[in-house]
Design a protein around this ligand. Structure first.
Ligand code: SF4
Length: 316
């Protein structure tokens, strides 16, 4: 049987970023160092495949510190936690390892600095996302106001329009965030903006690669989890860049093959928490159904690496 011809445009960079890679290494090293079980507050990164793999090695995922016994190590996820959480772990004299991505910690530090200078903060982010909860939780209640859309800016009730700064979640859409930042600057001309964009290099690079492939393709598949902010933004970026059929899939079994009938070019990318093994699984699924030619579209090269915390590098 002759298979229909299809070109797969494979976006690069895609998949794991340095923060996710570090967070997974932290859990693995903690299991090696202290043995199982090691408790992890929240999914270490938003990917079921990764979480299930670590669970099989002895990690226990919980949502709150109260669910962790005091005599076992606890790890805080890559998204970051409100300040009260490590403080409470210290009060309970628990071994706590912080897997917060250093680029999220950078935003926490920025928020703290502005607070110490007497500024009120506006955070551009998604309500309820753990990173937003963690960043807002660095400062006392009321010191960080959240905006999710341009429309939210018009209704912001600030303490003093002349003493404001804004920060952002690291995994937002670069373009949407630029619009919200412009609305903030238009309404509050004295607002301080981050010196360097808070949206991280990995989010920015993955979105740029999707923008490059979108005009070439009939369909875009983003491999990632429904609760992964950066993966969902890639779907939106694909649609905004002209690829109407942009879908999030967790793995090959999620692909709606009927919707892909008659097409000849598909783009594939993966969110920052999706492992390459799932990308390969999707490529293999295409190879089984199409005469597939894979073309790499590389828009940047990434060399960022983060060290794990010192406590994991020291002997027990
Ligand atoms: S997506 Fe960005 S901020 Fe989030 S873990 Fe990766 S590098 Fe860090």
């Amino acid at each position: 049987m002759t298979l229909p011809a299809l070109t797969l445009y494979l976006a690069a960079p895609r998949g794991f970023c340095a923060g996710v890679d570090r967070a997974i290494r932290i859990v693995e090293m903690a299991l090696e160092k202290w043995g199982a079980p090691v408790y992890v507050r929240h999914e270490i990164v938003h990917n079921k495949f990764v979480v299930d793999g670590l669970r099989a090695k002895g990690a226990v995922f919980v949502e709150e510190l109260d669910d962790c016994p005091v005599d076992r190590p606890v790890i805080f996820s890559a998204h970051g936690v409100p300040k009260a959480v490590p403080a409470e772990a210290a009060r309970r004299e628990m071994i706590a390892v912080d897997a917060t991505c250093p680029l999220v910690t950078k935003v926490h530090n920025e928020a703290q600095r502005h607070f110490e200078n007497g500024l009120q903060l506006v955070m551009i982010g998604h309500a309820g996302h753990p990173e937003t909860v963690g960043t807002m939780g660095q400062l006392p209640q009321g010191e960080v106001l959240l905006v999710e859309t341009v429309a939210d800016v018009a209704t912001l009730d600030v303490r003093d329009p002349a003493r404001l700064a804004f920060i952002t979640q690291t995994t937002l859409s670069v373009d949407d965030t630029a619009d919200i930042a412009a609305a903030l600057k238009a309404r509050f001309p004295h607002i301080l903006a981050p010196a360097h964009d808070d949206i991280c290099y990995a989010t920015t690079n993955r979105q740029a690669a999707v923008k490059r492939i979108s005009p070439l393709i009939d369909a875009l598949l983003v491999i990632g989890a429904p609760n992964s902010s950066n993966s969902r933004r890639l779907v939106e970026v694909g649609r905004a860049a002209g690829c109407a059929y942009s879908q999030l899939v967790q793995r090959a079994t999620d692909i709606d093959w009927r919707a892909l009938e008659g097409i000849s070019a598909v783009g594939i990318t993966a969110g920052a928490s999706a492992p390459e093994v799932l990308v390969n699984e999707v490529i293999d699924a295409f190879r089984a159904r199409f005469d597939t030619r894979v073309e790499l579209v590389e828009t940047a090269q990434e060399t960022v690496e983060f060290k794990v915390p010192r406590v994991l590098r020291e002997p027990v």
